[in-house]
Write a protein that binds this ligand. Structure first.
Ligand code: ADP
Ligand code: MG
Length: 254
């Protein structure tokens, strides 16, 4: 038996007259890894932001672990939740950005304890102990008191992953987590993500790293023009794509 952790149904999103998501459906099983591939501008980042309710939807809905995100249903209609409620929901959704987005004036361990202490009201000592465990998990136990600027890009991204994990999210979203890294630092970050995959963390990873998709994904999703063109196990989508658009994209990146 598997349970759906993330359920995206008929999601539409426009910016002015530009329709960026044109009816996206996506189901992500609990404990699985979904890799989203697609050309630049196909709506991948917008989809992640929609899942996190950083974007309001024009149509459709997202639910996580059975809970509607950003809206409540009443009288057969969706009503927007108050910002405070949305913030509470977001504590269950980890987000790792391309550019790390660490707080530059806080040490590594302070970066990680910030949200658990301020958003979840965890006792400081407990949050710190958990942060140190997470740092060990991403191979950075010795960097707890360093500042972000003293770390390599790969190390900063591993801190960002530990920070996302500190809220014990139901799902972790990654938006091109290695795109800003020098090539020699990509592997260490992908290794951490693969490690998380083995521990059953539910993840959605937007990336251009086809090798990672092949190795770590349960499902590969190919997006183009604001829709899911095809999806399936990595071997099916990567080695035997059914759609011309997928073939054209893969021939450029492989
Ligand atoms: P991807 O991540 O696949 O490269 P995005 O989701 O970032 O694609 O963007 C899809 C399209 O939406 C692009 O044409 C982009 O310029 C446009 N877009 C994204 N965010 C905004 C915004 N806030 N306002 C206007 N257009 C946007
Ligand atoms: Mg993007």
């Amino acid at each position: 038996m598997t349970a759906t952790m993330v359920d995206v149904r008929g999601v539409h999103k426009s910016f002015g007259r530009l329709e960026v998501l044109r009816g996206v459906d996506l189901q992500v099983e609990a404990g699985s890894v979904t890799v989203i591939l697609g050309p630049s501008g196909s709506g991948k980042s917008t989809l992640l932001r929609a899942i996190n309710h950083l974007e309001k939807l024009n149509r459709g809905y997202v639910s996580i672990d059975g809970e509607l995100i950003g809206y409540r249903r009443a009288g057969g209609k969706l009503h927007e939740l108050k910002e405070r409620e949305v913030l509470r929901q977001r504590t269950h959704i980890g987000f790792v950005f391309q550019n790390f987005n660490l707080f530059p004036h806080l040490t590594v361990v302070e970066n990680i304890v910030e949200a658990p202490v301020s958003a979840l009201r965890r006792p400081k000592a407990e949050a710190r102990a958990h942060a140190l465990e997470l740092l060990a998990r991403v191979g950075l136990a010795d960097k707890a008191d360093a500042y972000p600027r003293q770390l390599s890009g790969g190390q900063q991204q591993r801190v960002a992953i530990a920070r996302a994990l500190a809220l014990e999210p139901k799902v972790l979203l990654f938006d091109e987590p290695t795109s800003a890294l020098d090539p020699e630092l990509v592997g260490e970050v992908l290794d951490v993500i693969k490690d998380l995959a083995r521990t059953g963390t539910t993840m959605i990873v937007v990336t251009h790293e086809i090798g990672f998709a092949r190795e770590a994904a349960d499902t590969v999703v190919f997006m183009d023009g604001g829709v899911v063109v095809e999806q399936g196990p990595p071997a099916a989508v990567l080695d035997d794509p059914q759609h011309e658009r997928t073939r054209a994209f893969l021939s450029k990146v492989l």
